[in-house]
Design a protein around this ligand. Structure first.
Ligand code: CU
Length: 404
């Protein structure tokens, strides 16, 4: 290398290292950091990955060093006349044995704990585990609980909790997820809780998680699944057992007809414009608000997955649209209100992300990339723009606020 080449090489290296440190340093709030496990399964993976990663770093540095030494030692020198052919070497028995055996021993060494960990993580969840069915579809996750809310030993139809975006779980027991897909392959991953698990159409893949603390654990779909793959997020909300029980009991409180004038109008708009896709469990018919007669929903035919988010207890969530948007704002005060945020006037005034929510109702495909096509459309993936008027939007919001 000439002097000038050497300084520019040194400059480029310094820049590369600087950039690396700078970008790595940007991640101050990184909830999907794989080196910050929280649940026991993720901790088990971490115990394995740290030594393996350390070995990989040592091997990587050794290989780099040897490469640099060889490049330097055998480079063309100034005083070479340039025509001389290097000595031709055919094989080196000792070296070949060494570089075959060393990696084999290393891999065997890594394989033993890896195999044990894999088998251990694949064990059946214990009987007291709470089972939750997880359905992935373009581009949001649905959660259906097998939870005996009233504790009478059986799960009745009216105890079925169906929700989307936020997976609420208690901190006192393991959760047995059954991961499925309604359209293409997705992958469910909350790094602080466990490894990834693919959601494959026609199959059920088990995954155990446990939330050690009453806090949020963030994740996302990690199998490319089309347009809004990056906006198919995951939020696991750990709750103290008593809070979880209260949450579950509220989830199954039957639909109550609104009384407020705006909400009544919103209810009618919902029934006429939105029920070709959305469901509110136990909803009665707005054309006769006093009657208990159930509203008759048409089949969902304009959606590839056949399902869209169930809105029965919409306001008990903290996010919407595949957890792309906050429904409850992320301030400390609002966080402290928990899942009850929408039940108080202050909560609705200070915490409800009304602007973003209205924007969604105004023109959903402008807020999140989806492929709804013109309704009715069996190939639809997502929600259309319904060209609602501002009054209709206000009324719909007034109606949705009653769904808590
Ligand atoms: Cu996905």
């Amino acid at each position: 290398m000439t002097g000038r080449a050497r300084t520019s090489f040194a400059k480029a290296s310094a820049l590369a290292i600087g950039l690396l440190l700078f970008t790595a340093g940007c991640a101050s709030n990184a909830p999907q950091d794989v080196f910050q496990p929280a649940g026991p399964e993720a901790k088990q993976i971490d115990t394995l990955q740290r030594p393996v990663f350390a070995i990989a770093i040592v091997v990587g540095i050794l290989v780099m060093l040897v490469t640099l030494v060889v490049i330097r030692k055998f480079r063309k020198r100034k005083d070479d006349d340039g025509d001389e052919f290097p000595a031709q070497v055919h094989g080196n028995f000792k070296a070949e044995i060494a570089w075959t055996i060393a990696p084999a021993v290393l891999l065997a060494f890594v394989a033993v704990p890896t195999v044990f960990t894999v088998f251990d993580l694949a064990q059946k969840p214990p009987a007291e585990a709470l089972t939750v069915e997880v359905y992935g579809q373009q581009w949001w996750w649905e959660y259906r609980y097998n939870f005996d809310v009233d504790g009478d030993g059986k799960i009745e139809d009216n105890e079925q909790i169906i929700t989307a975006n936020d997976l609420v779980i208690p901190t006192d027991r393991p959760i047995a997820l059954r991961i499925m897909s309604r359209d293409v392959i997705h992958s469910w991953w909350a790094p602080a809780l466990n490894g990834k698990k693919d959601a494959v159409p026609g199959r059920v893949h088990p995954l155990s998680i446990e939330a050690p603390e009453a806090k949020e654990y963030i994740g996302q779909c990690t199998e490319f699944c089309g347009l809004s793959h990056a906006e198919m997020r995951i939020k696991v909300v750990g709750m103290e057992p008593a809070d979880f029980q209260a949450w579950a009991e509220k989830q199954i409180v039957p639909f109550e007809a609104p009384t407020d004038k705006g909400a009544l109008a919103g209810w009618s708009t919902f029934a006429s414009q939105c029920t070709s896709c959305h469901r509110i469990t136990g909803m009665t018919n707005p054309s006769d608000p006093k009657s208990d007669e159930l509203f008759e929903y048409p089949d969902v035919v304009n959606q590839v997955s056949g399902e869209v988010p169930n809105l029965t207890k919409l306001m008990a969530r903290s996010t919407f649209a595949g957890a792309k948007f906050n429904l409850r704002l992320n301030t400390d005060e609002c966080e402290a209100l928990g899942e009850d945020w929408a039940a108080t006037e202050e909560g609705l005034r200070d915490c409800f992300n009304r602007e973003q929510f209205e924007a969604w109702l105004r023109n959903a495909p402008a807020e999140k990339a989806m492929d709804p096509g013109e309704a009715p459309n069996p190939h639809s993936r997502g929600m259309n723009n319904f060209n609602l008027t501002e009054d209709q939007i206000d009324d719909l919001v007034a109606f949705f606020i009653t769904l808590q």
